[in-house]
Ligand binder design. Structure first.
Ligand code: ATP
Ligand code: MG
Ligand code: MG
Length: 550
């Protein structure tokens, strides 16, 4: 049972089923196709699809494409792909634009009932007349047009007789309502623009606040889950459904949006990051988009478990992005095979190891699970270790290699450093060690102890590859709340590219999206954009450790 967290929405549904208000539930996920989905959408997807699954109901994927100018088929396709990748399937796929005829008919019905009128005030005048929280609104001079006049004008709006912005259709509700949304909101506007689905059939388009409740009602949605900012719109939502005489009455329920630390979470802002070239696309591994998380190496299971854990509440909050990292580690620990990779290589020569000799060492594939078995890793006279595993003069508590010190090479032998070579600038280019054949891993040697084990790759057989290491894209902890512009807070070090080496055996048949745990460095995913036949590119998903525990 995926949707384990008992939340207030779930309780409403349970009540509605028990009281027989509904025999079955229908939910929907209604993205506007104006960008790629992000982790915030995943919360909504998990909720809507999860509840439908749990209660054997239906769930519609509905493209909310009532705004003609910003939409794109690329987005439609990416949204379908992302929902499926998360592990969900919809009962029906709908486009809100297919309801334009019915929406128009419902608007005509409102006019006939004296509940809507054509208004000639321009946008600025409308704002003035609307009043404020402390001041009641003023009625439009066009508010008392006759039904006949309104029907005629609305039809002429539809026929293209007026320019954009010249007239709007407004609901006739209450200009003195304490809820500003009820002060005669616009429900249809003129926009002479081409629509991806309906072409040039329409030059008037319904406003979101009118369209959305109708879409829900037309589809027979029982529980329409939306984010908190729509709470004040709920009276208007209910008004539209009732006054348009929709036979099925959906119920709007609001929940808090997901915000994550160190990121922005709005398609508009994410699009800016793409358009300004801050990232290499919507699927850049640093993006909080589903496509970005996928390319980075996050798994659907980790994202779903995360969404389940954060639960659903009625108050906005910001979740630490480390929590998402915790869930991907949990998911990958048993799945991703262990391998040795060296990010910043330093050559180590074992001077007493016979030249030309190669032996195969058995090394476990998962440190915590013996059933994952072992692999054979070649070992010979020259190997590479991490630059940071050697110091000429060790600092306090440094137990790795330095002249005179002995360490274990993981799965191999003890080696002792005797000498090192530097270049003209004093950088260490090579270190010389001797090994002790008695100390082979697994031999039961107990003669003496070392305080560190370091990883390595065999110089003759290792494979060069690229590692991409990430930091958060946005520097501030809560950029959206600070009043600063997020584009001024881009982390200049969010991407570090290093050329390293990996052991051959472990990655022999690696293909894009395969995941590995590189000893000490964390979990990595084979990048599906930059990996070629000749070169593997690894994205670091997460390092091994974090301070966070849920
Ligand atoms: P954005 O500001 O990113 O464009 P949106 O709400 O305009 O977000 P829609 O395409 O309308 O995006 O979203 C589809 C559904 O996803 C809506 O029901 C919306 O409430 C939900 N949703 C969007 N962002 C979040 C979020 N951060 N947390 C939870 N649900 C979200
Ligand atoms: Mg929206
Ligand atoms: Mg939006």
């Amino acid at each position: 049972n995926e949707n384990k967290s008992s939340n207030f929405i779930r309780n409403i549904i349970v009540n509605d089923l028990e009281s027989k208000k509904h025999d079955t539930i229908i939910t929907r996920f209604p993205p506007e196709p104006n960008g790629y989905l992000h982790i915030g959408h995943a919360k909504s997807i998990c909720l809507n699809f999860g509840l439908a699954e749990e209660f054997n109901g239906n769930v519609n994927l509905r493209f909310d494409d009532t705004n003609p100018v910003k939409e794109d088929v690329e987005y439609v396709n990416s949204i379908k792909e992302d929902v499926k990748w998360l592990g969900f399937d919809w009962t029906n796929l709908y486009f809100a634009s297919n309801y334009f005829d019915e929406m128009y008919e419902r608007a005509v019905l409102l006019i006939k009932k004296g509940k809507a009128y054509v208004c000639d005030l321009n946008a600025e005048q409308m704002r003035e007349y609307r009043g404020s929280l402390t001041e009641p609104g003023k009625e439009s001079p066009y508010r008392n047009r006759t039904v006949e006049e309104n029907l005629d004008l609305f039809e002429r709006m539809k026929n293209g007789e007026f320019k954009d912005g010249e007239k709007v259709l407004r609901a006739k509700i209450d200009m003195s309502s304490p809820n500003i949304n009820l002060r005669d909101p616009a429900i249809y506007r003129i926009s002479h623009s081409h629509h991806h689905n309906t072409g040039d059939k329409w030059c008037i388009y319904p406003m979101y606040a009118f369209a959305h409740p109708l879409e829900d009602a037309i589809e027979g949605i029982t529980h329409s889950l939306c984010s908190l900012e729509f709470e004040d719109q709920r009276p208007l939502y209910d008004w539209v459904v009732a006054e348009c005489e929709m036979p099925k009455v959906p119920r709007q329920i609001e929940f808090a949006r997901l915000n994550l630390t160190n990121t922005v979470m709005s398609k508009r802002k994410l699009k800016q990051l793409v358009d300004e070239g801050v990232t290499d696309g919507w699927d850049d591994p640093r993006m909080p988009t589903i496509a970005g998380l996928r390319r980075r190496g996050y798994t659907p299971e980790a994202i779903r478990n995360f969404c389940n854990e954060i639960g659903v509440a009625k108050a906005d909050s910001t979740v630490d992005s480390q929590m998402l990292d915790y869930f991907v580690r949990e998911d990958l620990q048993p799945k991703a095979p262990l391998a040795m990779g060296v990010l910043k290589p330093l050559k180590l020569v074992i001077t007493n190891y016979p030249e030309g000799q190669v032996e195969m060492l058995e090394i476990e594939n998962n440190a915590k699970d013996e059933t994952k078995g072992k692999r054979l890793v070649p070992f010979s006279r020259e190997i590479y270790i991490e630059q940071e595993d050697f110091m000429i003069e060790p600092v306090k508590k440094y137990f790795r290699l330095f002249p005179g010190n002995e360490v274990r090479l993981k799965g191999a032998y003890f080696v002792k450093c005797n000498d090192f070579i530097t270049d003209e600038e004093g950088n260490v280019t090579e270190i010389h060690c001797t090994y002790d054949p008695e100390t082979k891993s697994g031999s039961g040697f107990t003669g003496r102890k070392v305080k560190a084990t370091i990883h390595w790759v065999d110089a003759a057989s290792c494979v060069p590859c690229e590692f991409r290491l990430f930091e958060p894209l946005i520097l501030d902890d809560a950029p959206e709340n600070e009043g600063k512009h997020f584009l001024e807070q881009i982390n200049p070090n969010s991407l570090e590219i290093v050329q390293g080496l990996v052991e051959k055996t472990a990655i022999e048949n690696a293909k894009p999206q395969d995941k590995f745990q590189f000893v000490r460095h964390g979990f990595f995913n084979v990048d599906d954009k930059y990996t070629t036949e000749d070169k593997l590119v690894f994205n670091r998903i997460v390092p091994l450790k974090s301070s966070f525990k849920p």
